[in-house]
Design a protein around this ligand. Structure first.
Ligand code: 5GP
Ligand code: ZN
Length: 106
């Protein structure tokens, strides 16, 4: 989607470094970290939120991505968060999973 910030990041428009990437998703650092380590797992396909997911297998691939990136970075203890909808604090309407580790300031 052309006006979506995460689609632009995925497209390489801002030169954002990807901590991890596979067929389904990219992982990059949150610009406003709420923990010592704060990563975002973002599907390459634009889906507004969990409410719009139709491809259930994608959800598995995203969790596998969480496991792969935490293993790669040797993060053993972490919190995953998915904000769904404005009232729950979702600010970017492109599905993403937060990974928070270390001291978490939420
Ligand atoms: P949400 O509140 O939608 O669950 O989370 C959106 C997250 O995206 C926020 O934690 C925010 O800091 C992060 N974010 C927003 N814009 C950018 C950006 O341009 N680059 C990066 N790396 N993170 C962003
Ligand atoms: Zn998008």
């Amino acid at each position: 989607m052309s006006d979506c910030i995460f689609c632009k990041i995925i497209n390489g428009d801002f030169g954002t470094d990807f901590v991890y990437e596979n067929e389904f998703a990219v992982v990059f650092k949150d610009i406003n970290p709420k923990a010592d380590t704060h990563l975002l797992v973002v599907p390459k396909k634009h889906i507004e939120s969990l409410n719009e997911v139709q491809d259930k297998s994608l959800l598995g691939e995203l969790m596998v991505t969480v496991k792969a990136v935490t293993e790669k970075l040797n993060i053993k203890s972490y919190r995953t968060v998915i904000n769904t909808g404005k009232d729950a604090g979702q600010e970017v309407f492109h599905l993403h999973i937060h990974i928070l580790a270390g001291e978490i300031k939420l």
